[in-house]
Design a protein around this ligand. Structure first.
Ligand SMILES: Cc1cc2nc3c(=O)[nH]c(=O)nc-3n(C[C@H](O)[C@H](O)[C@H](O)COP(=O)(O)OP(=O)(O)OC[C@H]3O[C@@H](n4cnc5c(N)ncnc54)[C@H](O)[C@@H]3O)c2cc1C
Length: 504
C-alpha cells in the first residue's frame, strides 16, 4: 500500500481566509506555520484535512509533469489522467491552491445549462464581444474564440465532478448575468480548490507540495523533464511532456516594477507563490512572452493588507462614493476604468456603499465584517457620520440611486447592470477601498492547443502552458470572472494535448 504523509494543513481556516480574497497577514501566517508543521510532525487540527503525497514517493519518471497546483494545474492533471496518462503535480508552496484559492467572485461562461434553466439569455458571441470590448480589442482572438466556445462545457465538466456553479450574477464588463458561483453565493476559490483536490485524490494522482521546480529540462530541442527541490534535495525527473501552470507574477515586485515602474509600491492581492517562475523558466528555453506590461489593477482593495473586496459586492448592487458622499463613475465599468476614476479623486480612495439585503446575498461580506474593514450605521445618516461624509449628500446620493434602480435608468453615469436591487434595508455599510495589483495578463505565448511558442512562433515540443502565466487571452484588461474560466478551459486542454503528445 502506498505510503501517504498525512499533513494536517489547517485547511479550513486557510481556505476561508484565502477564498475570500484575503492577502492579510493571518492568511500568510497560516501558510508559514503549515510549512513548519509539515517538516517537523503531523499536526492535527480537527479541521478538514488534505493529504499530499509523501516526498519519498517521488519517482524518476512520469508521462506528464505538471508544475503548480492551482486551478489550471489540477484541471490539467485530472484531464491527463482521464485521457490515460500518468501525471504528477509539483507545487512549491505547503498547500495547493495558489491564486485560485483566493478567487472570490466566480467563473464566467456562456450558453450554460444553468443560464438556460434560469432564463438568462446569453450567447458565445456576446461573451466574445464583451471580452473583446473589455480588452479594448487587444485580445488574442483565436484563444478567445476557443475560450468562449468551451466555457459551457467547462461548467458541465466541473458539475460532473461535484463542483456545481449554478448561482449566476453580474460582473464588471459583462452585458448579462454570466458569472457562475457556488449555489450559496459564497466565494468560488475555496469551493473550487477543495473540489479539484478531492478529484485529484479520487484519481490517485500524486500531488507533492514543498516541491519547488527550478528548471525545465530539454534535450535536442525537446522538453524531457524538470529539476525540482524537494525535502532538501535537488532531483531531476523525466517526462514525455511538461505542463507549466505556475500562475502569474503579481507578488513579484521586482518583475512588476521592471515592466510597470508606475506600479511601484502598490499593494497586491496575490498569493505568495505568484512570482512568475514559469515565465522565467520558459524564457530560458527560448519561449516567447506577450503583453508583459499589461498588469491589472483592481478597484476595490483594502490598502493596509491587500485584501480584495470581491466584484460580487458591486455585482449585487453596491455603489461607489467619494469623500463628499457622491457617486463619481459607473461602478460596473471595466476594472481599469473604475480604478482610474478612483485614482483621479483628490483623496485617491472611495467607499463601497451597500445595505443589509446585499450583505445577505453576498456571503463574502460576513468575512469582511470579521476582518474589521466594514463600517456600519443603522441609518444612512449614521453611516455617513462614521465615515465622515456629509450626511445630507450621502442620503441624496442613495435616494437618487434607488430611484434610478426603480426606473432602470442611471441618468448620472449610464450604469446598466447590477440594478436589480435598491439599497434601502438598514443597517447600511461602507468599506474604504482603492486600487491594488490584481492580475498579470501578460505571460508566455501559447496557441489554442496550449503549446508554448518560441520566438519564431513554433511550438516547443513537449511544452504546454495554461492559466495566469500565459498571455494574450485578456488583452490589456481582464473581465472579472474570466481568469477562473481560463484556468479550467485551458488547464483541461493542456492536460489533453500533453497526453496526446505522449501517446504519439
Ligand atoms: C484575491 C483574488 C481574487 C480573484 N477572484 C477571481 C474571480 O472571482 N474570478 C476570476 O475569474 N478570477 C479571479 N482571480 C484571478 C484568478 O484567481 C487567477 O488568475 C487564477 O486562479 C490563476 O490560476 P492558475 O492556476 O493559473 O495559478 P495559481 O492558482 O496561482 O496556481 C499556480 C501555482 O503554481 C505554484 N508555483 C509557482 N511557481 C512554482 C514552481 N517554481 N514550482 C512549483 N510550483 C510553483 C504556485 O505556488 C501556485 O500554487 C482572483 C485573484 C485574486 C488574487
Amino acid at each position: 500500500m502506498k505510503k501517504i504523509l498525512r499533513h494536517a494543513v489547517l485547511l479550513t481556516s486557510a481556505l476561508l481566509l484565502a477564498a475570500c480574497g484575503s492577502n492579510n497577514p493571518t492568511a500568510e501566517t497560516t501558510a508559514t506555520s503549515e510549512k513548519t508543521a509539515t517538516s517537523s510532525s503531523d499536526a492535527t487540527s480537527g479541521a478538514s484535512q488534505q493529504e499530499y503525497t509523501d516526498p519519498t514517493e517521488l519517482k524518476d519518471s512520469y508521462d506528464v509533469i505538471i508544475i503548480g497546483a492551482g486551478g489550471a494545474g489540477m484541471a490539467a492533471a485530472i484531464q491527463a489522467k482521464e485521457d490515460g496518462a500518468n501525471p504528477v503535480v509539483l507545487e512549491k508552496m505547503p498547500i495547493a491552491g495558489g491564486n485560485t484559492l483566493k478567487s472570490s467572485g466566480g467563473m464566467n461562461a456562456s450558453e450554460t445549462k444553468f443560464q438556460k434553466e434560469q432564463g438568462i439569455e446569453d450567447s458565445n458571441d456576446t461573451f466574445f464581444d464583451d471580452t473583446l470590448k473589455g480588452g479594448q480589442e487587444t485580445n488574442d482572438q483565436e484563444l478567445l474564440r476557443y475560450f468562449v466556445d468551451h466555457s459551457a462545457d467547462a461548467i458541465d465538466w466541473l458539475d460532473n465532478m461535484g463542483i456545481t456553479l449554478d448561482n449566476i450574477s453580474y460582473s464588471g464588463g459583462a452585458s448579462v448575468k454570466r458569472i457562475h458561483r457556488p449555489t450559496d453565493g459564497s466565494a468560488v476559490g475555496g469551493y473550487l480548490v477543495d473540489g479539484l483536490i478531492r478529484n485529484v485524490h479520487e484519481r490517485e494522482i500524486p500531488l507533492f507540495v514543498n516541491a519547488d521546480v527550478t528548471a525545465i529540462n530539454e534535450k535536442d530541442g525537446r522538453v524531457n523533464g524538470v529539476t525540482v527541490k524537494i525535502a532538501g534535495e535537488e532531483k531531476t525527473i523525466s517526462a514525455d511532456a511538461v505542463v507549466v501552470t505556475t500562475g502569474g507574477f503579481g507578488s513579484n515586485e521586482e518583475l512588476i516594477t521592471k515592466h510597470r515602474p508606475d506600479l511601484k509600491g502598490y499593494v497586491s492581492t496575490n498569493s505568495e507563490g505568484s512570482t512568475g517562475d514559469g515565465i522565467k523558466m520558459i524564457e530560458d528555453l527560448g519561449g516567447q512572452t506577450v503583453d508583459m506590461d499589461q498588469i491589472q489593477v483592481h478597484p476595490t482593495v483594502i490598502q493596509k493588507n491587500g485584501m480584495l473586496i470581491s466584484e460580487t459586492v458591486r455585482g449585487e448592487g453596491a455603489i461607489l462614493v467619494n469623500q463628499q458622499g457622491k457617486r463619481f463613475f459607473n461602478e460596473l465599468e471595466t476594472r481599469d476604468k473604475v480604478s482610474a476614476a478612483e485614482t483621479a479623486l483628490p483623496e485617491h480612495y472611495a467607499y463601497l456603499i451597500f445595505d443589509n439585503a446585499l450583505a445577505t446575498r453576498a456571503k463574502q461580506v460576513d468575512f469582511y465584517k470579521e476582518q474589521g474593514v466594514v463600517e456600519e450605521g443603522a441609518t444612512i445618516e449614521e453611516l455617513a457620520k462614521k465615515i465622515n461624509v456629509p450626511e445630507a449628500d450621502l442620503k441624496a446620493t442613495l435616494d437618487t440611486w434607488n430611484q434610478a434602480v426603480a426606473d432602470k435608468k442611471d441618468a448620472e453615469f449610464g450604469r446598466e447592470t447590477a440594478m436589480d436591487y435598491d439599497l434601502t434595508e438598514g443597517p447600511f455599510y461602507a468599506i474604504q477601498i482603492a486600487p491594488g495589483i490584481h492580475h498579470t495578463m501578460g505571460g508566455v505565448k501559447i496557441n489554442t492547443n496550449t503549446e508554448v511558442l518560441s520566438k519564431d512562433n513554433k511550438a516547443i515540443p513537449g511544452l504546454y502552458a495554461a492559466g495566469e502565466l500565459t498571455g494574450g487571452l485578456h488583452g490589456n484588461n481582464r473581465i472579472g470572472g474570466n481568469a477562473v474560466a481560463d484556468i479550467i478551459i485551458f488547464g483541461r486542454q493542456a492536460g489533453a494535448k500533453a497526453t496526446e503528445f505522449t501517446q504519439k
